[in-house]
Design a protein around this ligand. Sequence first.
Ligand code: NAD
Ligand code: IPM
Ligand code: MN
Length: 364
Amino acid sequence: MRTHHLAVIGGDGIGPDVTTAALAGVRAAADRYGFAVETTDFDLGAEAYLRTGVVVDEETTARLREHDAILLGAVGDPRVTPGVLERGLIVALRVAFRQSVNIRPVRLYPGLTSPVTGVDADNCDLVIIRENTEGLYTGGGGLAHAGTPGAVAIQNSVTTVPATTEAVDFAFRLAAARRKRLTLCHKKNVLVHAGQLWQDIVDEVAVRYPDVEHDYVHADAMCQHLPLNPGRFDVVVTDNLFGDIISDLGATVQGGLGLAASANYNPAGSAPSMYEPVHGSAPDIAGKGWANPAAAALSAALCLAGLGERDAALVLEAATASVLAELPAFAGPEMGADTAEIGARIAERVTDVDPAKIGDPSRS
Ligand code: NAD
Ligand code: IPM
Ligand code: MN
């Protein structure tokens, strides 16, 4: 029987609960399609850091690398200085494993109501492709004279041809397989150096995809266009920070952060890709059972697709969408079921759902 080896990092806050719930769906999909999933849990996150003083060491990174894929819940804890876990684990793994392409689908599934009036399943199906290793996330710079009136902070932004081209090329390929529209989102009216390089790379790659039309939208204007007219977009390609911000906006349009999936994808296949919800550890609801595991389940579906298990990916996505359509709300006690119960419902639905009902996730 073919076996996929998954590294599992539950992490902090709601991370472990949503990951456990998502794995129930993965196992049900594996049973339905006759493959095996072997998981290895990695004790990483706030507790491990507070205990050892180390976020992730080289030996652990090497063990993660041996897996076919990584499933991550979330990290971040009020007891730990912001950035220590987020940069030390997530950003570090994205860079170490050359996951230059972050895939963030924004899709309103049939039967679901968007918080935004006028948005429905027919006009909300786009994918944000976010360059995932550079921009302002490279971390260069420094803070001088901290705590004094003369304090100065410099935060460098780096844009290189290889990583940007990987993201742009992936985005064009995806658009070519979808509705053949690509939008570059940046802020080239002010960030003229990086903006020019992004535009140059898009124009250059576009020559290889003559069927795909492309346009440009400034990141600030995107914050109006995306919620009011998501149907205008098919694939949006953007830099690391803009992608972070507009993907939370996209999450809102599709029903909330509890529904938004992502894949940190290594296009060369030289190291494992990592799949995680767009949301964080949500300390405000941690331990209450109020977290929606749909984002984690849909991320796990992207993982199955990445592992070549297309049918299993499709049923996990369809089962999640079908369970979501029955929930009275997408977050909090108003969901009417807790995180584990929703995970169990998704797993049960995986056994008999008709994947044709929601279309083809291979597009994303
Ligand atoms: P967050 O995404 O954790 O939460 C934002 C809001 O959305 C909160 O009100 C939360 O309750 C709600 N929410 C999030 N996920 C939900 C779910 N599955 N179901 C229902 N509601 C959900 O963002 P934040 O509050 O800004 O950050 C909290 C911590 O998480 C911080 O430490 C931050 O750095 C970290 N963070 C981690 C990741 C990650 O691990 N990938 C992503 C974002 C933020
Ligand atoms: C996300 C998160 C991360 C990011 C943090 C936790 C490093 O917000 O995945 O969207 O900014 O990329
Ligand atoms: Mn984010």
